[in-house]
Design a protein around this ligand. Structure first.
Ligand code: ASN
Ligand code: ZN
Length: 351
């Protein structure tokens, strides 16, 4: 690539002052990173300014290489001014860390594994309370929030990029049980990327701690996350375990049991009075299981989602393929494969 990456400084909203990759071209700095992806729409990983509209807009530019003010976007103010740049800083830092986590730990490049560049459009719509992945542009859109604050926390960005990876691999259909698994894969990705970024965005394994196992804590104005992986029912709508009626739920609720499976697989379950870390479906005494750690849990999940799941994989099929994936990575009848079986049993899938 002809473009040279330079390191800029961003004042992010949730992570303080952060290094961000930019490119110097024709006397101005651009949010383009040719070291993280090639080809695609902008020829490099990019952050664009939707400028309160619904299309992606142009790549963010700035006269200096210091960006943002670390503050929530003031609705109605300039999206290119220093306050408006903050959403772009959040997006670039989140995308850099999500990209690096997949590359450095799993050797997986960008969304498709072949390093095709992706991008995030910041400031989509006005005061928009959502973020989403679009398979049409193979890119993501992030709103400024009204009920929420700016949807640029690391777990939200990791979640959306997770949708891009799922779309490029298993292509889990976004309804019914497969839709719940698609959503869960994104929640899992958001949390492991959160831990990776908090540990400094370096290393060849996923850190054991550093994430909160809750989605969207940082974008909440009243400290209430959107989803709790260790106890999905805390949201009042998600089930904690699989049942035959789960397929009729919105995918952001039918994701719950698989999120809980992943938590149990990584961290284990144990009896506790609130029931948060306890499974009534584990029948052996004590009603608890030992986790295999976040790094192994995610390697197994990623291997299953990118090489074994199909568009119609349901919970029972996911269990079978997760056991296969664990057996390939760690050995048949390994403690890791047995832990997968127990983690699914803990959400009422299989025995
Ligand atoms: N933020 C949501 C998600 O990624 C948007 C949606 O439901 N499509 O799941
Ligand atoms: Zn999602």
């Amino acid at each position: 690539n002809m473009l040279q990456t330079v390191l800029g400084t961003g004042k992010s909203q949730y992570n303080g002052e952060v290094p961000i990759s930019t490119t110097l071209a024709k006397g101005s700095y651009q949010m383009l990173d040719p070291e993280r992806g090639t080809g695609g729409t902008f020829g490099a990983m990019a952050i664009t300014n939707a400028n309160n509209g619904s299309s992606a807009g142009k790549v963010y530019t700035n006269a200096t290489n210091i960006w943002g003010d670390g503050k929530q976007f003031v609705e109605g103010s300039s999206t290119t001014g220093v306050n408006g740049q903050t959403a772009a800083v959040n997006a670039m830092w989140g995308l850099m860390n999500t990209y690096d986590a997949h590359k450095n730990v799993l050797g997986w490049l960008s969304l498709d594994g072949r390093d095709t560049s992706t991008y995030i459009a910041a400031h989509v719509n006005r005061g928009y309370d959502n973020a989403y992945y679009s398979d049409t542009c193979r890119c993501m859109f992030i709103g400024d929030g009204t009920y929420f604050t700016s949807l640029g926390s690391i777990d939200v960005i990791g979640h959306e990029m997770g949708h891009g990876i799922t779309a490029a691999t298993s292509s889990l259909v976004y309804s019914g049980e497969s839709g719940g698994l698609n959503e869960s894969s994104s929640d899992i990705t958001g949390e492991i990327v959160e831990a990776y970024a908090r540990a400094g965005g370096k290393g060849d394994s996923f850190p054991e701690d550093g994430n909160d196992w809750q989605l969207g804590t940082e974008i909440s104005r009243n400290a209430t996350p959107l989803r709790w992986m260790y106890r999905p029912s805390k949201d009042g709508s998600s089930p904690d375990a699989w049942s035959s009626s789960l397929r009729r739920l919105d995918v952001h609720y039918s994701s719950g049991p698989n999120n809980r499976m992943f938590y149990f697989l990584a961290k284990g379950s144990r009896a506790d009075s609130a029931g948060d870390y306890y499974s009534k479906y584990l029948v052996k005494q004590p009603q608890a299981m030992t986790g295999i750690g976040t790094d192994k849990a995610f390697r197994i999940w990623f291997h299953a989602n990118t090489t074994k799941f199909t568009s119609s994989t349901n919970y029972a099929d996911a269990r079978a393929k997760m056991i296969e994936a664990a057996s390939e990575l760690y050995g048949k009848d390994s403690k890791e494969a047995v832990a997968v079986q127990r983690a699914y049993a803990a959400i009422n899938v299989g025995a």
